[in-house]
Write a protein that binds this ligand. Structure first.
Ligand code: PLP
Length: 413
């Protein structure tokens, strides 16, 4: 894994139109690449006023009061909280990844399960499984639109099947906006899934890390984002079963800052999580940077607007490139940094005995042509041949990545 990461992400291997034109174009990792310099410029223009106290242990591993207050204010404003989020109900850690690890350890016992949609964010199984030994239980849509309220039945079926297999389901992950599909769940569907969780006394984990990355598309029917925090959910789900996750990595283009938060009104869960955060403590200097960004409300507003405009423009460009090349993709996507792309016509029998093998071979051929895209096999896709294409890049990078992708597809014909 470490070797693969440095082969794809290492400084000296990555494409730069001026600095490394022969480098690998990574249109597989979900980062807000086009906004990274905006963060760097913010830091350059501001005297962050580091003092000696910013390099001590601070208030401890739960997140300083100032950070939690700034985050609570940001969430209340941008997620339109129905019941205001209080700083005391927030816990911080070194990213949502760490939160998932801790939630696995606190919400279940080894061998218990978590319900995950298909396809699914690639790291959920490891985040919950590696240390906490929580099993991913993937929910196949079996032809049901997974964004429609009817999808609750498929979760019911998966739960029943898991029971028969001796797996006790502890939680359902609602990744909204969805990674990798780039779509938002309508409120009706969120409510149907809340009722389902409440009925079975399982926890709903709402991962809303892409919430402020909903951009304009030509498809006016695309669903707009609704946060679980934005309406009175108490008649659908006991608040003790509802938990919200957010972080600096996506909307705010700070994947390397390592800072995420959990919001919960469940005091027992908060106590249990607080007892293990010392293993996932966010650095004080990281906190300080996040505080400066979050407290500058005018800058954040402008930053999010610019980010959405850039996402709209780069998504428009890749959609055009795909339309011209006759590649199918998800027209309903309007959120996140990616499109779900159907490359199944380019899977070839010469590449293996089954579709998943062919998909892996196609991925390797792309890598040989210096372009990386994450395949569906790594994201619990229901059928082989789908890829998540990340478009949050500048135009030169996207065009180069696309040129190499098309070259690989041509070689398949
Ligand atoms: C849906 C989702 N949740 C969480 C994460 C990871 O968040 P963090 O960087 O805060 O650990 C990612 C990263 O790709 C993601 O796509």
């Amino acid at each position: 894994m470490r070797d693969l990461a440095s082969a794809i992400l290492g400084d000296n291997v990555m494409f730069g139109s001026e600095t490394n034109p022969e480098g690998l174009v990574n249109i597989g990792t979900a980062e807000n690449y086009s906004m990274l310099d905006e963060v760097a410029n913010f830091i350059k223009l501001h005297d962050l006023g580091f003092k000696g106290v910013d390099f001590n242990y601070g208030e401890g591993p739960w997140g300083s009061t100032r950070l939690r207050k700034a985050m609570a204010k940001y969430i209340n404003k941008h997620f339109h909280s129905y019941v205001p989020v209080e700083a005391d109900d927030l816990l911080s850690a070194s990213g949502c990844t760490s939160m998932f690890n801790m939630l696995g350890l606190t919400l279940g016992d080894p061998g218990d399960g978590i319900l995950l949609s298909r396809p699914s964010y690639t790291a959920f199984p490891t985040d919950f499984g590696l240390m906490a030994k929580i099993k991913p239980v993937f929910v196949s849509s079996n032809g049901v639109d997974q964004f429609s309220p009817e999808v609750a039945h498929t979760y019911e079926d998966a739960l029943e099947k898991a029971k028969k297999d001796g797996i006790r389901i502890r939680a359902l992950m609602l990744c909204n906006p969805h990674n990798p599909l780039g779509q938002c769940y309508p409120k009706d569907t969120i409510i149907a899934l809340m009722r389902f969780c409440n009925e079975h006394q399982i926890h709903m984990l709402a991962d809303e890390v892409y919430a402020q990355s909903v951009y304009e598309t030509p498809n006016k029917a695309a669903t707009q984002f609704v946060s679980i925090l934005s309406f009175d959910s108490s008649e659908y789900i006991d608040p003790n079963y509802l938990h919200f996750l957010y972080g600096m990595s996506k909307d705010l283009a700070c994947g390397g800052l390592r800072l995420g938060v959990l919001h919960t009104r469940n005091k027992e869960l908060m106590r249990a999580m607080s007892s293990i955060t010392q293993f996932h403590w966010a650095g004080m200097a990281d906190e300080r940077i996040a505080i400066m960004m979050l407290e500058d409300e005018q800058w954040i507003k402008k930053f999010l607007e610019t980010s959405r405009q850039k996402l709209a423009a780069s998504s428009r460009l890749v959609r055009q490139l795909m339309d011209d090349a006759g590649i199918r993709y998800s027209h309903n996507s309007n959120a996140g940094f990616f499109l779900w792309v159907d490359l199944s016509p380019w899977l070839k029998e010469k590449d293996g005995e089954d579709g998943w093998k062919m998909e892996e071979v196609l991925t390797r051929k792309m890598l040989n042509n210096k372009v990386f895209i994450l395949n569906g096999g790594a994201q619990a896709a229901e059928e082989p041949g789908f890829f998540r294409l990340v478009f949050s890049h500048d135009e030169k990078t996207l065009r180069k990545g696309f040129e190499r992708l098309l070259k690989t597809l041509k070689e398949q014909e």
